[in-house]
Design a protein around this ligand. Structure first.
Ligand code: UDP
Ligand code: MG
Length: 342
């Protein structure tokens, strides 16, 4: 293994693949994960490295990974200073990936590592992005499937960036695509949107998404709703327009209703007995105003967060594997930020 380190002449003979794996408290998953991933990588005809991002795990995931690193080459562990969320962890992984291409893979085996050779084949045939589209979503509740479906449709209707339906973060990106992605410096990183924004020649491969092999999903519904709002507001300003349109409709309805009351009173001599309708109208308008303010607030808040220019993540430590990584990759070397956690 890693013959290329002793023989530098061979350094540029084959491309290097980085497998980027964000993980947060996945200790029960890890043995099985390596058991499935390593044989697949061992059979590849190109070089590979695994970039693991420990997103602030406190269940001993990092210790276990270190023990694997002792006996397996080409693994790099990036420890973030705390839990920053999957989006930031993926960004960290891509920042530290040195490959000519990178595959983002979940640690819970929902993205089968066995598909990696097919993805590489696609990439070598000349595309920059190989997108994995779920044909089925086993082990997910009907409600989750339905809400995901609705969300993607809504997002695509409102944004000019077309985000492919039923795709997750599982994908291969060429160096060109990774560099393009890393140029996007926004702090609110809705990765699926950013991935779609860069464009480039893309090929879609369909696959069956497996249920989680162990442990539990890190997303609960409030977080998913947060991510959905993030996605909608990061990639479109049309909610602001909806607020205007809904306000206009409400105002017209109110005007028409007022007119009707006047006409009724004059024509039919029907005195207004309007208490219930008054309450209905006031609460309707009050609700619409609050919603409008909320939507504007969402954007103002986002502008505020961006204006602080904080980094998307902080690295506590970068631990290189025992035999380093293939030297050929040094031409892509990105600056390794080394910040101690406080
Ligand atoms: N993850 C992470 N940071 C987080 C939450 C999740 O790095 O704050 C990782 C997690 O360990 C897993 C991947 O992101 O490898 C996908 O997470 P999960 O399976 O919980 O999401 P789902 O598959 O349900 O969308
Ligand atoms: Mg999962």
């Amino acid at each position: 293994m890693n013959k290329h380190i002793e023989s530098p002449i061979l350094l540029f003979d084959k491309p290097l693949l980085s497998v980027v794996v964000p993980l947060f408290n996945e200790r029960p998953m890890l043995p099985l994960f390596f058991e499935r991933l390593l044989p697949v990588l061992a059979k590849l005809s190109i070089y590979w490295e695994i970039v693991l991002i420990d997103d602030g795990s406190d269940d001993g995931s990092a210790q276990y990974i270190r023990s694997v690193m002792n006996r397996t080459p080409s693994i790099r562990l990036i420890k973030l200073s705390r839990n920053f969320g999957k989006e930031a962890a993926m960004t960290a992984g891509l920042d530290h990936a040195k490959g000519d291409a990178a595959i983002v893979l979940d640690a819970d085996l929902q993205d089968p590592p066995e598909l990696i050779p097919a993805m590489i084949e696609c990439w070598l045939s000349g595309v920059d992005v190989v997108l994995m589209q779920r044909r089925s979503r086993a082990g997910e509740t009907l409600f989750k499937r339905w809400s995901a479906h609705l969300f993607y449709r809504l997002l695509n209707r409102t944004s000019r960036t077309n985000i492919p339906v039923d795709t997750g973060d599982f994908r291969l990106m060429s160096r060109k695509a990774i560099d393009a992605l890393l140029v996007l410096k926004e702090r609110n990183r809705y990765m699926k949107g950013l991935f779609a924004w860069i464009g480039l020649p893309t090929q879609v491969i369909q696959y069956d998404r497996e249920p989680r092999a162990a442990g539990e999903t890190k997303w609960d519904y409030p977080e998913l709703i947060g991510l959905a709002l993030e996605g909608l507001t990061s990639f479109s300003v049309s909610p602001l327009r909806w607020a205007t349109v809904i306000g206009l409709i409400a105002a017209s309805m109110g005007g028409a209703f007022g007119l009707w009351i006047v006409v009724k009173a004059i024509m039919l001599g029907d005195a207004t007995n309007g208490y219930p309708s008054l309450v209905a109208i006031i609460s309707f308008l009050g609700g619409i105003q609050l919603m409008g303010v909320g939507i504007v607030g969402e954007y103002v808040g986002k502008t505020y967060m961006e204006s602080k220019q904080r980094p998307a993540y902080l690295t506590e430590e970068v631990i290189e594997g025992w035999n380093g990584i293939p030297q050929q990759a040094s031409r892509h070397r990105t600056e390794v930020r080394h910040v101690k956690a406080v």
